[in-house]
Design a protein. Structure first.
Length: 279
């Protein structure tokens, strides 16, 4: 059974957020200020602000419909924010589109698995490298040496990602033939292949059995050396509390709490958001 993540000391910063003590003196990886969006007159996210340290795993939690995936969509420009600013490693993402945000360093997975099922496992990883690969049509068509060399380097790098996720022995298997848990791992590997500075995982444990969830928790800890800043949306509280340095709680599109996992479990507002107010 996996060991619980050691408690991280979180300290206030000059804002309404917190960061790990080890990240003091370093520029934050993400600064979100007063983020908001409405759909048809309904406010989906309102005045959301957060600062994330460079080496933390943060859990984004809340009841269904709280706005968690909407925030991921705003950060990755699936939706354009109506209000607020997002600074990624100090860069304003206001004028960026989804592809540009990915090249700037944010990679994500989705609630529904989005693999190329008819492609091999290793080819799915190589596809994830497209933002970093340098190739030209002429070199591809005529198999020029420099293009062949780059392709070989990409496949060697892909093997390292597969090894990190215990998928190397399945490199030549079709992605669609993998078990559900392995497909989830492969999707994380494909996101890592873009060499992000921040990884967003949207309900990575959805549909997994208990054994697969424990395996997932171990792998998220393991891959942190490849991408130190990870944010995950997850309904499995055991997983969130066991892996996160801090949790951010949303309710009706607003930030309800931003604290350590231990504090969140004792917060009456958080308990009421999940379980309802006792009459």
């Amino acid at each position: 059974m996996t060991e619980r993540r050691p408690e991280t000391k979180m300290v206030p910063v000059p804002s309404t957020s917190i960061i790990p003590e080890r990240d003091l003196g370093k520029s934050p990886i993400l600064e979100v200020s007063h983020l908001g969006i409405d759909f048809g007159g309904l406010t989906a996210v309102d005045d959301f602000s957060i600062i994330l340290g460079r080496t933390e795993i943060a859990g984004l939690i809340g009841p269904n419909g709280a706005g968690k995936t909407t925030i991921f969509n705003l950060l990755t420009k699936v939706y354009q924010p109506m209000r607020g600013t997002v600074l990624l490693d100090g860069r304003d993402t206001n004028d960026m589109n989804t592809a540009q945000v990915n090249r700037a360093g944010i990679a994500r997975t989705f609630q529904n698995i989005r693999l190329f099922n008819a492609m091999s496992v290793i080819d799915n990883i190589v596809v994830g490298m497209h933002a970093r690969l340098k190739a030209d049509l002429f070199g591809i068509m005529f198999k020029l040496p420099y293009n062949v060399r780059r392709e070989n380097e990409a496949y060697e790098k892909a093997k390292k990602y597969l090894e990190e996720l215990d998928l190397l022995d399945l490199a030549d298997e079709y992605a669609g033939n993998l078990s559900y848990g392995k497909q989830r791992m492969l999707e994380i590997g494909r996101a890592l292949a873009s060499e992000p500075i921040m990884l967003l995982l949207d309900e990575p444990a959805a549909g997994m059995n208990e054994g697969e969830k424990i395996d997932l928790m171990d792998h998220i800890k393991r891959i942190q050396h490849l991408c130190p800043s990870i944010v995950l949306i997850e309904h499995n509280m055991k997983l969130v509390m066991g892996i996160s340095d801090r949790v951010v709680v949303l309710n009706f599109g607003e930030k309800l709490a931003d604290c350590s996992p231990e504090e969140a479990q004792q917060d009456k507002r958080v308990i009421e958001a999940y379980l309802g107010r006792e009459e």
